[in-house]
Design a protein around this ligand. Structure first.
Ligand code: ASP
Length: 402
């Protein structure tokens, strides 16, 4: 007997038929004499639909009211699920974020969870209830409804699991775990039995869209195992995200790809202290998110500075830098579009040599040029032409997993 938290994403709860499958997963854990808290998303594309309808009114809605609107989808799911479980003879109760409460900061649209009153849920467990909780929402200290950002129900689930000191948090979705890479690119992908929090964090931020990044951070902080499983499967081991218990890790755990990247180069930047700061401060003030940064060695009076940004941000970034050439003391701005980031991730590379060489060999064999390379302790990222990126992923996958 333990405490199990389960989370079901939008596609898993999309229809009444699918909700029945969800009930089976819940009942199975409950019948094992576990206390069960269930977090759900809005059904199917409900949140997208609400946002589209909102745009029919305005593209710049009042932030408070936006959260009131987009949080409604989850409320439909919790009530339907509780009704269904009751009809099946189980004691189930639904709770919106404010009823627990889940207290967040006041940042509408992207609020962070400050605290959760776990006793509300624990008291209901004591009374024999299965507790069904709306994901993605909370309230701020003024009692106003807030939301946690798109995909935020994962974060609600792991945060609830942490507050209840749950044994684990099962995240049910439409794929059966975390794979070595995107199955749409490589046919013979392998499902990972286990992946560490750090690897998962890297993979998510590098383009693998399995889990909300913030939920992995919470899992890591409170040591909550997160299991990613397929709702459609009756029985599945899925992939467990936890601290690595292996004595030796695989060379790499996964390969991620992120498209629509551009490389911007600031040419002839004066090689003086503070110039690089000026460039990035300008971009930060305009909320342009910068990724990989490479600065050439300035053996002369000038240096070149390259960085990557999302292609969608290019017009604003280039216009901003070009209109400030004098202020930043640079000669010109060059931009290279249609690039993809391809990354390998693995804690195994920390104590092995030759991992980067193996990746580069795979690219060399396919005659794929690398426009930029960056590394961290557990990842190597290269920038390649977008039309060669799938090939790059395939070649690297073959090298490491065949
Ligand atoms: N319903 C919200 C969204 O679509 C939250 C979630 O599903 O995690 O982003």
């Amino acid at each position: 007997m333990g405490i199990i938290v389960q989370k079901f994403g939008g596609s898993s709860v999309a229809t009444t038929e699918k909700l029945k499958k969800v009930c089976n997963h819940i009942i199975k854990e409950f019948e094992k004499k576990n206390d069960v808290a269930v977090i759900v998303s809005a059904q199917g594309k409900t949140t997208d639909r609400l946002i589209t309808e909102e745009k029919e009114i305005t593209v710049s809605p009042n932030k408070r009211e936006h959260d009131v609107l987009v949080s409604t989808g989850e409320q439909i799911t919790i009530s339907k699920l509780a009704i269904m479980l009751s009809e099946m003879g189980y004691k189930a109760i639904s709770l919106a974020g404010w009823q627990i409460p889940i207290i967040t900061d006041g940042n509408f649209g992207n609020a962070k969870i400050k605290s959760i009153k776990a006793e509300t849920i624990l008291d209901l467990f004591d009374k024999g209830y299965i507790v069904i909780i709306a994901g993605f929402q909370g309230i701020n200290e003024n009692g106003e409804i807030t939301t946690l950002g798109r995909g935020g129900s994962d974060t609600t689930a792991v945060a609830i699991a942490a507050s209840l000191h749950a044994d684990k948090c099962d995240i049910y979705t439409d794929v059966d775990g975390v794979f070595t890479t995107d199955p749409r690119i490589v046919e013979d992908v392998k499902k990972l039995d286990m992946i560490s929090y750090d690897e998962m964090l890297e993979l998510s931020s590098l383009g693998a869209k399995v889990l909300h990044n913030r939920c992995v951070e919470i899992g890591k902080k409170f040591d909550i195992p997160i299991v990613v499983k397929d709702t459609a499967k009756e029985e599945s081991e899925g992939t467990i995200v936890e601290n690595s218990k292996f004595l030796e890790n695989m060379e790499i755990s996964g390969i991620a790809k992120d498209d629509n990247i551009s490389r911007v180069t600031v040419m002839g930047l004066e090689n003086k202290i503070g110039k690089t700061y000026k460039v990035f401060n300008l971009l930060a003030e305009h909320k342009i998110n910068v990724d990989t940064i490479v600065q050439s060695f300035g053996e002369s009076i000038n240096k070149n500075l390259s960085f990557t940004i999302k292609t969608a941000d290019v017009p604003e970034a280039v216009e901003l830098l070009e209109s400030n050439l004098e202020y930043i003391s640079a000669r010109e701005i060059i931009c290279f579009d249609n690039l993809s980031k391809v990354s390998i991730v693995g804690i195994g590379m920390t104590n092995r040599t030759g991992i980067a060489a193996k990746m580069f060999e795979a690219l060399y064999e396919q005659n794929i040029n690398m426009h930029l390379i960056s590394t961290s302790e557990i990842k190597v990222t290269v920038l390649v032409n977008q039309d060669e990126a799938d090939n790059a992923v395939k070649a690297i996958h073959n090298k490491f997993f065949k």
